[in-house]
Design a protein around this ligand. Structure first.
Ligand SMILES: Nc1ncnc2c1ncn2[C@@H]1O[C@H](COP(=O)(O)OP(=O)(O)O)[C@@H](O)[C@H]1O
Ligand SMILES: [Mg+2]
Length: 228
């Protein structure tokens, strides 16, 4: 049932936290460059699915393959290398380092990979330009608006040229106007970089930016395209 040419595939994922079943046989797949929205009510298992796909949480059973490689067979070091080099992350809020300027925040993943400061900040500024926040380079996260902060976070997630961008409720803390602008810029930037996007949201308005929707309910998933 694995769709041909998929970059990231999950099959029959189960995950429980004590007595709580978070995932109960969830399926997922995404192609290179595809934008897939993971929809569903609060508590349905969306974030758990994203964390499993990103190799942050280990499922109790089921399989996840990235680029044809089974994640369970990777060492912790291999999984964290994968997260650093192939994946980018945007969360709801609170992900920028408050002590660093915006450009230092965006440059941080490159600095951690050993890129020299000047080169890292040059690359950071190019991404900030695409997200229309290059004028905020010297400001600290506490000095910019929520929408600006999320655009800085998107630039930081894309600066390493990841193959997959994981975004968990990226506009959840924004008003609708700022949320739409963040989604426009996020999807535009991801498409131009040919990064696939796993977009977790419970808002139909946000899911409208995706190519395909998967609905999660009680830890089970349903592909809306195949269902209709
Ligand atoms: N770390 C955790 N410890 C205990 N329960 C958790 C944990 N993470 C998630 N859950 C539970 O698993 C279920 C699914 O949660 P989650 O994946 O966060 O849903 P969603 O992102 O759709 O709101 C919920 O019942 C939640 O309370
Ligand atoms: Mg969640």
């Amino acid at each position: 049932m694995t769709p041909a040419g998929s970059l990231l595939v999950a099959d029959k994922l189960c995950k429980a936290y004590g007595p709580t079943t978070a995932l109960d046989g969830a399926e997922f797949s995404i192609h290179p460059g595809e934008v897939v929205a993971v929809m569903g009510p609060s508590g349905s298992g969306k974030s758990t699915l994203l964390h499993c796909l990103a190799g942050i949480v280990t499922p109790d059973s089921g399989s996840i393959t990235y680029n044809g490689q089974e994640m369970a067979t990777m060492s912790d070091a291999q999984r964290s290398a994968l997260r650093r080099s192939e994946f980018g992350f945007v969360f709801q809020f609170g992900q920028l380092v408050p002590e660093l300027t915006c450009v230092e925040n965006v440059a941080l993943p490159l600095r951690l990979n050993g890129t020299k400061r000047k080169e890292a900040e040059r690359a950071a500024l190019a991404w900030m330009e695409r997200l229309e926040v290059d004028d905020l380079g010297k400001k600290r996260p506490g000095e910019v608006s929520g929408g600006q902060g999320q655009r800085v976070a998107v630039a930081r997630a894309l600066v390493t040229n990841p193959r997959v961008l994981f975004a968990d409720e990226p506009t959840g803390a924004l008003d609708s106007l700022n949320g739409e602008r963040v989604m426009e810029l996020l999807t535009e930037a991801a498409r131009s970089a040919n990064a696939a996007v796993v977009l977790v949201t419970h808002e139909a308005r946000v899911a409208a930016y995706s190519d395909r929707e998967i609905v999660v309910r009680d830890g089970k998933s349903r592909d809306m395209e195949r269902a209709v």
